[in-house]
Design a protein around this ligand. Structure first.
Ligand code: LMR
Length: 394
């Protein structure tokens, strides 16, 4: 029977990780998968995470199941980290999920349960796995213009014109901050206009926020999500703890469903629990417990926030250095956008054959759409990358 299976297309980000591993050149540079690396190329365990794990190890006396939505204390801590005071807590249902991807998957399934004909408006481009999961679930996608290849900023007029085509019963998928893969983001007044369009059309927003703290700071990065959530009647939010707590392999995420009024919350909460039960029963707990321990302890939380700021500032420094180095080596200002972009990624805005030339000739690995992971760079590799970019004629 299993011979009937059809081979599935490889995930382009994971395929690139494999190609990098197999490249024997010791000068190779990995700017592929979105994982933070320090100057020595390591993805460190954050100090607060280590301390929290130690406390959990010392105090935990059972590994019995938590609940279908995970430990409610995790939900409370994360709702407050992401939403602050923007939405009354009695309108917010929440469930722990295996990573941010688990939250995205459950959100899509919830949408499909509510309206099997819902169209999901997705930014062009968006994280490739958004598209892959939607395709797998058989859901209709409508791309909206987002990235401007000329300016390497947001094509805001195009975006708004396309979002106006949405209608009640549709969903608009937005990146809360640090857009993946482009690094180009909306400013505050542009978010206001997006909210106006959402209210006009009646489409429901779904926000994927996977990089809170990596762009302009913990609260600034959540500002758009809070603003949207406060303005619309209903909203889904998928949050990831992989990046900002550096606990990638612990698979820690939260799906929030905001109801129009407190009375409608219970149905959302029950649906989240049902979906968890159907897909994997109880969500993983260890990462969620680490996050809860950190967020509910003033000292640990302060230490975590400080270390996250160090990570954020180091990425901002790398952005500026790369932009400066490219200006020096190319003699032009055309790479200034790299310092304007935010988060872990920037899209260079070049063709797949030039991305391939970077890989073949220079051992520099970035995703085929020219997305590079800024955190994969360091002082030594910045001049090498700049030289290679100029060499292949980008
Ligand atoms: C990425 O975009 O590189 C990350 O979100 C990791 C992944 O799972 O693709």
């Amino acid at each position: 029977m299993l011979e009937n299976l059809q081979a599935q297309p490889a995930d382009k980000i994971l395929m690139l990780m494999q190609m990098y591993r197999e490249d024997p050149r010791d000068t190779k540079i990995d700017l592929g998968v979105g994982v933070y690396k320090d100057a020595s190329g390591l993805t460190p365990i954050m100090r607060a995470v280590k301390t929290a794990e130690q406390r959990i190890w010392e105090s935990q006396d059972t590994k019995v199941y938590t609940g279908l939505i995970g430990d409610p204390a995790f939900g409370d801590a994360m709702v407050s980290l992401v939403l602050g005071e923007a939405v009354p807590r009695d309108r917010v249902a929440a469930a722990a999920t295996p990573g941010g991807t688990g939250a995205v998957r459950q959100a899509f399934e919830m949408i499909r349960m509510a309206n099997k004909d819902a169209r999901i408006f997705v930014s062009d481009p968006t994280w490739p796995n958004h598209l892959s999961i939607l395709k797998y679930l058989g859901m209709e996608m409508v791309p909206y213009r987002y990235f401007d290849d000329e300016t390497r900023g947001v094509n805001f007029d195009g975006m708004i014109a396309d979002l106006k085509q949405a209608k009640k019963g549709d969903v608009v998928l937005l990146h809360g901050c640090c857009h993946n893969p482009t690094g180009a983001n909306l400013n505050s007044s542009e978010w206001d206009q997006v909210i106006e369009v959402l209210l006009e059309t009646g489409a429901m927003p779904m926000i994927d926020i996977a990089y809170q703290g990596f762009g302009d700071g913990l609260d600034n990065d959540a500002a758009a999500t809070r603003k949207v959530a406060a303005a619309v009647p209903e909203c889904l939010i998928a949050a990831s703890c992989s990046k900002n707590f550096g606990i990638y392999r612990e698979r820690t995420g939260l799906l929030m469903a905001i109801a129009a009024d407190p009375g409608a919350r219970k149905l959302n909460q029950d649906t989240l629990a049902f979906l968890n039960r159907q897909n994997y029963s109880f969500p993983p707990d260890h990462g969620a417990r680490i996050v809860t321990t950190i967020l509910n302890d003033a000292d640990l939380r302060a230490d975590w926030a400080t270390e996250l700021e160090e990570v954020r500032n180091s990425m901002l420094g790398l952005r500026q250095q790369l932009a400066d180095e490219l200006q020096r080596q190319s003699g032009s200002n055309r790479f200034g956008f790299l310092a304007q972009h935010r988060g872990m990624f920037s899209r260079l805005g070049t063709t797949p054959d030039k991305v391939e030339a970077l890989r073949e000739k220079h051992g520099i690995y970035m995703v085929g759409d020219s997305r590079m992971n800024i955190a994969g760079l360091n002082q030594q590799t910045i001049p090498i990358l700049a030289k290679a970019i100029v060499d292949v004629g980008i």
